[in-house]
Design a protein around this ligand. Sequence first.
Ligand code: AMP
Length: 420
Amino acid sequence: MTPKTAAPRAPRRAAKAAPLAEESAAITPAISESASLAEAEAATTDITFADLGLSAQMLEALTDAGYKKPTPIQAQAVPLALKGRDLIGLAQTGTGKTAAFTIPIIERLIGGPHRTRALILTPTRELCVQVEESFTKYGRHSGLDVIPVYGGVGYEPQVKALRAGVDVIVATPGRLLDHLEKQNVVFDEVEVLVLDEADRMLDMGFAPQINRIIAQLHPYRQTLLFSATMPPEVEALARKYLRKPVVVQVGRRSGAATTVQHFVYPCPKDKKSALLAELLKQKAMDTVLVFTRTKHGADRVVKHLERDGVKAGAMHADKTQGQRTKALEDFKSGKLRVLVATDIAQRGLDISGITHVINYDVPQQAEDYVHRIGRTGRAASTGDAYTFMCADEIAMVRTIERVIGQQIPRISVPGYDFGT
Ligand code: AMP
């Protein structure tokens, strides 16, 4: 990040009180649902970034990013994090949660000593890169150095960068622990720890690595935990590592993004690829993220689409990091109209402007449905989410409907539905 020297900090204005922030001695009771949430979210709508007490250079960076006002999670979390509070942010991706922790960290670090003072742990490489990009975007006038540290790529450049000293490390737990054990990095001066998508990290089996990393940190630090869901394991993690956390929450806990329109297409299994090709005839389907259950399934769909002349790429764990990054870049830049991914891509990916998400296979978990369709309808835009449902998948769709608390309308396409 440039320039190296930080501009003087603008005087801080008193931050407006954040509605919905709940002091939480016991974590669970503070995670409330329902109407009061909607009211609290509505109350945040007239808050501006200036009201949050941000520095002049931060306000400039946010204007440069084209943001007009904070999202509800930002309006709630930023003032509390600026005060140094520990936080539990219950928000799924697409709500602006990354900026909700990035902004206060940058504000804290600006103009301070050049040491590793903030550490962000993320579940996937893709999310790691995205968080690093957010630091670069919001910190462009701050002079802070930030590096992403994740596996699957060369070790040496990371060693060099870590040894040279950085202000902020964004890392996946496995690779970071490697570096820690080889003493390529020391955490003596880390003041802020972020556990991003904590539920996902635990799902991926990172608990041992997280514990070992945190054991190296100073106990008197600020800890911010973000999670889309609050299963008992995440709650236990929060109890262990957070001190008197304040819980902030946007949306219903399992609620699907409200800007998304959902539809289910009943369709026999062997007609799904033809149905996809048929739907892609619509020009409005501009940037389409397709999810399949398996890697082979993803490759098969890409082949089929390419045969039909649709530019598509695959993204899954069998692809090298280089191939994954390239596929994502081509998709973001519009070179690829369709990206076909397995679960690896379902969380955290910030691909602004996705017009459609297609569940080629019905997700195995209702929560995954919520996360997948969170890829579209991000921040203020709207999007469509289509789910192809074969006979074996009817029960799973019903479960999803129960969890999200709404019925998903069915669309029957003659020639591709069960009747034909
Ligand atoms: P996240 O939930 O952090 O993955 O962010 C979702 C998307 O919202 C990203 O594309 C951000 O650039 C965008 N975003 C974050 N904060 C704002 C804001 N205050 N106004 C408009 N867009 C935003």
